[in-house]
Design a protein around this ligand. Structure first.
Ligand code: PEP
Ligand code: MG
Length: 764
C-alpha cells in the first residue's frame, strides 16, 4: 500500500469508528504498521491539569496510558507542543529535553519523531513514533505523520467539545450533575425547556441513537420481522433479475440472504438484543463493526464488500425504523435535535408539540431557521459538536438568544431560565398592545412594516401582528412540501389564498428561488459551489417551462384583487432582468389579450442581493417598479462568507461597514431613479439594525412576523433625526464590533434596551 492509500484507509476506518477511544487505537495501530516502527503513541492535552497525557500507545507499556503526563516544554513531547512544530531525532536520549519514564518501557527506542496536533491554532496533542534503530525518520515519514496529525485534529477538537475527551482522559470524573453545554449559531431567539427527540435520517446507520430495549421480546420480534421483510425483498429482486444475471451474480443474493441468518449477522444481533440493546442499536452496532472490518482489508475486492454490508444494513434498518415511526410518540415539549434537520422532518409531528429545534448542521439563514422564525420556535443551528444521538430523551434548555443547548441543567440554571421565560412572556404581552398602534417614529414619520411569508402558519401570525402587507412571499416554500413540481392550478390556489388573506394589502410574490441551499427533493442539483451556481432567476430563465407556469399561476391568482407585486430573485445583470421582464409581460399579454382574463398589470421588482446589482442599481431601478434588498445574500456575497457554514458564522456580519456602504448606495441609486426600495433580509427584523436602516434612508421593512412588534416598538421610541445621526456615526466606524457597540451605547434607556438585549442567564 502506498502512504496515500494507507492514509485514505486510516481516515475511512476512523470515520466509521464506534467512539473516540477506538479512533485513538486505530490511529496508533495503523500508523505504527504503516511506518513500520516500534512505537506509535498519542498524547492529548488535558485542559484541567494543562498537561499532555499519554492517551493511547502501540508499542509502549499499555499500563503507562493515563500515567505519563508532561507540561508544555517538558520532555520531547512537551517540546513539540511548546514549539508547535515536528521534532525528528536519531538519538532521543542525548537531547537535553529527554525525559525518561521507567514505566513506559521506552529505553529500547532511540529515535523519535513527534508531530503536534493543531486545531484553530491550539496544540491539542502530540503524535509520536519511535524506533529502536538509531536512524532519523526520513522526510516522507515526517510528512506522513504531519498529515495524520492534521486529520486527527478535527476529530480531537470534536471529542473535546462533546465531552468525550474528558471521559477518555479522566474516566472517573463525573461532570457536575451531568450538565453539559453545547454551542451553536443563535438562529431564532427565545428560550425553551423540553425533552430532546433525536431525529434520524431514514436508514442512516450512523445516526441511530444508543437506546436500551424496554421490552426484549418485543425488540426481538421487531428484528425478526425486519429480517424476514428484507429477505423477501432480496428474493423478489433475485427472481426479477434471474434472467439478467449470471450465476455468480445470482449467488451474491444467496450470500446476502445467508448473511442475515442466525449463524451470521442475525445471530450476533440477537445476542446484543438479549443483552438489553434495542433492535436498531444492536443492528447498527454490528453492521458498523463489519463495515469497519471490511474497509480495513487490504484486498480491494473484500474492501468493496463493505458497500454490500452497508446496503444490507440500511435495508434492514429501514424496516426497523418503519415500525418505529408507526409507533413513535412525541412528548408535548419536544426539542427536535438532529444532524441536519430539514422541513421534511416536521412532517411527522404536529407543530404544537415542538418547543425548540437544534441542528448540528446549517446556520442562521438556513431554510429550517427561517421556518423556525416563521413559527416562533427557538432554534439553534450549526451546533457542530452536539452529540445529538446521545441526548435523546434528556431534558434540555435551548437558548435561542445566545445559541446554547444545556443538557441536564443544574437546578439553579433551570430556575434562572424559567424566570427569563416569564420575563419574555411579559414583554410579549406588552408588545401585543402595540398591535393596532401605528408604525411611526417618535416624530410621527410612517415606517411601513411588511412580513416575509411562505407557510400558511406565518401568514396567519402576520395578520395577527398587524402586518401592512407581504414584502416577500417565498414561493419555493410550498414547492418544498410537494413530491413533484406543483401544477399551475395547484400553485394558483396556494397563491390565491395568500393574496386573498392580505387583500387589499400588497403581496409580493417572489418567483422561485431554488438552488444554493434550497434544493427541491424532486429536482436535485449537484454542484461544487451551489451559491455561485445555478440558482434563482438563472434556473427560471433556463427553464421557461417552470417559470411561465409559475407566472401564469401568480397572475391568475391575482384576478380581481389588485394587490400583486412580482419580485425577481438573484438578478446579477441587465440581460437577465430584461429577459425575465419580457417573460412576465408576455404572460400578462397572453392572459389578458388571448385568454380573456381581466387583470391589472402587476408591479414588477428586482431583488438587490448580489454585489453586481449594487453597482448597477440605477440601471436596474430604471427598468422596474420597485427594488427589494436581500441582505441575507448580499452579506454572504459581499463578505464571501457562506450564510450556512457554521465554521464561518462568526464572520457573517450584517453590520460590516462594507454592507452599510452598499445599503447606502442602494438607497441613493433608487432615489435618483425615483424607484421605491424596501429591505426584506433578516437584518430588517433586528431592532437595532432597523434603527440604523431608518437612518440610512429605508422606510419599508419586511421581516418575520415574530420580530414585527419588537421592531415597531423600537421605531416608536426614536426620531428620524436621531436615526440619521446614528447612521452617520456608524458609517465612520471600521468594523462590525465597534458598530454594534456604538449602537448599543447610543440607547441606554431601559425601555429600549429590553427590546434588543437579551438577558444572559447562563453564567459562562
Ligand atoms: C435575502 O437574501 O436576503 C432574502 C430575503 O432572500 P432569501 O433569504 O430567501 O435568500
Ligand atoms: Mg436571497
Amino acid at each position: 500500500m502506498t502512504m496515500l492509500d494507507s492514509l485514505r484507509s486510516i481516515v475511512q476506518e476512523v470515520n466509521s469508528a464506534r467512539d473516540f477511544g477506538s479512533v485513538l487505537d486505530i490511529i496508533v495501530k495503523r500508523v505504527r504498521k504503516t511506518t513500520d516502527t516500534g512505537v506509535c503513541s498519542i498524547y492529548l492535552h488535558d485542559p484541567v491539569s494543562d498537561k499532555y497525557i499519554l492517551a493511547a500507545t502501540e508499542g509502549l507499556n499499555p499500563e503507562a496510558v493515563g500515567n505519563i503526563r508532561l507540561a508544555a516544554g517538558e520532555g520531547l513531547v512537551g517540546l513539540v507542543a511548546a514549539k508547535a512544530e515536528p521534532i525528528n531525532l536519531d538519538a532521543a536520549e542525548s537531547h537535553p529535553n529527554f525525559a525518561y519514564f521507567p514505566e513506559s518501557g521506552e529505553e529500547r527506542f532511540r529515535s523519535f519523531l513527534g508531530a503536534p496536533v493543531i486545531h484553530h491554532r491550539k496544540v491539542l496533542g502530540v503524535l509520536v513514533v519511535q524506533q529502536a534503530a538509531r536512524r532519523r525518520f526520513d522526510e516522507s515519514e515526517e510528512a506522513f505523520l504531519v498529515t495524520v496529525s492534521a486529520q486527527l485534529a478535527g476529530v480531537i477538537a470534536h471529542a473535546s467539545a462533546t465531552g468525550q475527551l474528558t471521559r477518555q482522559l479522566s474516566p472517573d470524573l463525573v461532570l457536575s450533575g451531568g450538565e453539559r453545554v453545547f454551542r451553536g449559531v443563535a438562529s431564532v431567539p427565545g428560550i425553551s425547556i423540553g425533552h430532546a427527540v433525536a431525529i434520524t435520517s431514514p436508514a442512516d446507520l450512523y445516526a441511530v441513537p444508543h437506546r436500551a430495549a424496554s421490552d426484549i421480546d418485543h425488540e426481538l420480534a421487531l428484528f425478526h420481522k425486519a429480517l424476514e421483510q428484507t429477505k423477501q425483498d432480496l428474493r423478489t429482486v433475485h427472481s426479477d433479475l434471474s434472467d439478467k444475471l449470471n450465476m455468480e451474480e445470482r449467488a451474491l443474493f444467496d450470500v446476502y440472504v445467508s448473511m442475515l441468518d442466525d449463524s451470521s449477522l442475525g445471530g450476533e444481533v440477537t445476542v446484543l438484543i438479549r443483552a438489553g440493546l434495542s433492535a436498531q442499536t444492536a443492528w447498527s452496532e454490528v453492521i458498523i463493526e463489519h463495515i469497519r472490518n471490511f474497509t480495513s482489508m487490504e484486498d480491494a475486492y473484500l474492501r468493496e464488500r463493505a458497500t454490500d454490508v452497508r446496503d444490507l444494513g440500511r435495508r434492514v434498518l429501514g424496516y426497523l425504523q418503519q415500525s418505529q415511526v408507526d409507533n413513535k410518540e412525541f412528548p408535548s415539549d419536544s426539542v427536535l435535535i438532529g444532524e441536519e434537520l430539514a422541513a421534511a422532518n416536521l412532517a411527522d409531528i404536529s407543530v404544537e408539540k415542538i418547543v425548540a429545534m437544534v441542528s448540528a448542521k446549517g446556520s442562521r439563514n438556513s431554510h429550517l431557521a427561517i421556518l423556525g422564525r416563521a413559527m416562533g420556535i427557538p432554534t439553534v443551528m450549526g451546533a457542530i459538536d452536539l452529540p445529538w444521538r446521545e441526548l435523546d430523551g434528556n431534558q434540555v434548555i435551548v437558548d435561542g438568544h445566545l445559541g446554547l443547548i444545556i443538557a441536564n441543567p443544574r437546578p439553579e440554571i433551570l430556575r434562572g431560565y424559567m424566570a427569563q421565560m416569564e420575563e419574555e412572556k411579559i414583554l410579549s404581552a406588552d408588545l401585543e398592545r402595540l398591535r393596532d398602534e401605528p408604525s411611526v417614529t417618535a416624530d410621527n414619520q410612517h415606517i411601513t412594516l411588511w412580513v416575509n411569508t411562505g407557510l400558511r402558519l406565518d401568514s396567519l401570525l402576520s395578520l395577527d401582528r398587524g402586518a401592512e402587507g407581504v414584502g416577500l412571499y417565498r414561493t419555493e416554500i410550498p414547492f418544498f412540501m410537494q413530491e413533484r413540481f406543483p401544477s399551475e392550478d395547484e400553485q394558483r390556489k396556494i397563491y390565491r389564498e395568500q393574496m386573498e388573506m392580505f387583500a387589499p394589502r400588497p403581496v409580493t410574490m417572489r418567483t422561485l428561488d431554488i438552488g444554493g441551499d434550497k434544493a427541491l427533493p424532486y429536482f436535485p442539483i449537484e454542484e461544487a459551489n451551489p451559491f455561485l451556481g445555478w440558482r434563482g432567476i438563472r434556473i427560471s430563465l433556463d427553464h421557461p417551462d417552470i417559470f411561465l407556469v409559475q407566472l401564469r399561476a401568480i397572475m391568475r391568482a391575482s384576478e380581481g384583487l389588485e394587490n400583486l407585486r412580482i419580485l425577481l430573485p438573484m438578478i446579477s445583470n441587465i440581460q437577465e432582468l430584461e429577459s425575465a421582464l419580457a417573460l412576465v409581460y408576455r404572460v400578462y399579454h397572453e392572459l389578458t389579450e388571448e385568454e380573456g382574463y381581466t387583470l391589472t398589470k402587476p408591479l414588477v421588482g428586482a431583488m438587490i442581493e448580489v454585489p453586481a446589482a449594487v453597482y448597477q442599481v440605477q440601471e436596474i431601478a430604471r427598468r422596474v417598479d420597485f427594488l427589494s434588498v436581500g441582505s441575507n445574500d448580499l452579506t454572504q456575497y459581499l463578505l464571501a462568507v457562506d450564510r450556512n457554514n457554521p465554521r464561518v458564522a462568526d464572520l457573517y456580519h450584517t453590520l460590516h461597514p462594507a454592507l452599510l456602504q452598499a445599503l447606502k448606495q442602494i438607497v441613493a441609486g433608487a432615489r435618483e431613479e425615483n424607484c421605491p426600495v424596501s429591505i426584506c433580509g433578516e437584518m430588517a427584523g433586528d431592532p437595532l439594525s432597523a434603527l440604523l436602516l431608518v437612518g440610512l434612508g429605508y422606510r419599508v421593512f419586511s421581516m418575520s412576523a415574530t420580530n414585527l412588534l419588537r421592531v415597531k416598538a423600537i421605531l416608536r421610541q426614536v426620531t428620524v433625526a436621531q436615526a440619521e445621526k446614528l447612521a452617520e456615526v456608524a458609517l465612520t466606524l471600521p468594523d462590525n464590533t465597534q458598530i454594534r457597540e456604538y449602537l448599543e451605547s447610543a440607547f441606554t434607556d431601559p425601555e429600549i434596551t429590553r427590546l434588543y438585549s437579551w438577558a444572559k442567564t447562563y453564567p459562562y
